[in-house]
Design a protein around this ligand. Structure first.
Ligand code: SF4
Ligand code: SF4
Length: 380
């Protein structure tokens, strides 16, 4: 290796100091949702009357295009509830003003993917779809996502498949009740020619109140790690499981917290947060309607600037696994009442706040910024 190569900072070090534009930008288009999943990270249900309108949303897309944002993750709520959903994603993916289109990956519960919409989606370029399920059978899934939601998601998958959409994603949040189904989730994805995406449960949104019942046990965390070591190359996980790296070799995926560095969230009313799992005033960097828009927030906000500074290892400093685990997920710590430089609540070597062993006064835990619970059953 040359001396100049040795002097280069590692990729992780460069990512930690932030980039000109986010790699992983999530944009929740609406708080409205036809379901009311018990772990919903944004406590969705009802539309917020302050949500960005069509013109404002297109203005944001223009700005992201100027910043050369490569792709965006669109979510909600249920994004297809919005009447202008197709108008907005078609606006995003279409090249204009000499610039490429912005790739769109959107997450949906599948309610609105009927045969006609599946054909319309299949005809679009630069589009990826994630359909969420949390069990391989209706009993397991519907206990978390609501009655009828499993059948609804499978119908959407069938419609996409019949429309030759191509390899969509099946997105699963790993819970205590579905870790035993990992092989079956993979088989289901394979049966559609789809790709499995496995996400860590965080105690965010309504998940604050269901975390104790749903988060995997220590033994299940080992099970997830072992399974991902065998299958992880073909399973998308984002930054979900780097806290498990303390168990051995590093898993595939982003092995750092990207909040405010390469990751951020735009919520339906234009507030920008450090990541989708920290919808709370402490992690709100600004609002798109403020002067300077998104680029000023991303490049200059005090919050994002401070998150890009080297972070203290705090209570994890003496842990031999710190380089592998990095102290875990900021959001998981925050909403379980753990200091941000403390160990992840699911620390795999036993230093976490495992419910029942280390009492944390629930009243002292931070609460999410807003609760939009109550389902929306029709297109607005
Ligand atoms: S706070 Fe957690 S979920 Fe958010 S970017 Fe960091 S590691 Fe990921
Ligand atoms: S003590 Fe901290 S660094 Fe060590 S494994 Fe636990 S969370 Fe990770």
């Amino acid at each position: 290796m040359s001396a100049s190569a040795l002097a280069q900072p590692s990729l992780t070090t460069r990512l930690k100091s932030g980039l000109d534009a986010p790699i992983c930008l999530t944009w929740e288009l609406t708080y409205a949702c036809n379901l009311q999943c018990v772990h919903c990270l944004s406590s969705s249900g009802q539309r917020d009357e302050r949500e960005l309108n069509t013109a404002e949303a297109k203005h944001v897309l223009d700005e992201l295009r100027r910043m050369q944002v490569f792709y965006i993750n669109i979510g909600g709520g249920e994004p297809m509830v919005r009447r202008d959903f197709f108008e907005l994603i078609e606006y995003a993916v279409t090249p204009r003003d000499g610039a490429d289109g912005i790739g769109v990956k959107f997450s949906t519960n599948g309610a609105f993917i009927d045969e006609a919409n599946a054909r319309r989606l299949a005809a679009m370029d630069y589009l990826d779809i994630q359909i969420s399920i949390d069990g391989v059978d209706a009993a397991t899934n519907d206990a978390v996502r609501g009655n009828g939601s499993y059948a609804m998601a499978r119908r959407a998958m069938d419609n996409l498949s019949a429309a030759n959409f191509g390899p969509f994603k099946i997105s699963v949040v790993a819970t205590r009740h579905n870790v035993s189904q990992l092989d079956q989730f993979k088989a289901l994805a394979d049966s559609y020619g789809a790709q499995l995406r496995l996400t860590r449960l965080r105690p965010s949104g309504r998940g604050v109140d269901t975390w104790d019942d749903l988060h995997p046990t220590q033994a299940q965390q080992r099970e997830i790690y072992d399974w991902l070591m065998l299958h992880g190359e073909n399973v998308l996980t984002g930054d979900s499981f780097f806290h498990l790296n303390a168990l051995g070799d590093a898993l595939p995926g982003l092995n750092m917290c990207g909040a405010g560095r390469v990751v951020c969230l735009i919520d339906p009313v234009g507030d920008v947060y450090a990541c989708p799992f920290v919808i709370h005033g402490d992690f709100r960097a600004g609002n798109l309607r403020d002067s300077g828009g998104f680029s000023r927030i991303w490049r200059e906000s005090d919050l994002f600037t401070s998150l890009r500074e080297p972070q203290s290892a705090g209570a994890c400093a003496s842990c031999g696994a710190f380089d592998a685990c990095q102290g875990g997920c900021m959001a998981a710590k925050f909403f379980t009442g753990v200091p941000l430089d403390g160990p992840d609540p699911e620390c795999v070597i036993g230093n976490g706040v495992d419910s029942g062993t280390t009492p944390v006064a629930i009243a002292l835990k931070p609460r999410p910024a807003a609760d939009h619970s109550k389902p929306t059953s029709r297109v607005q």
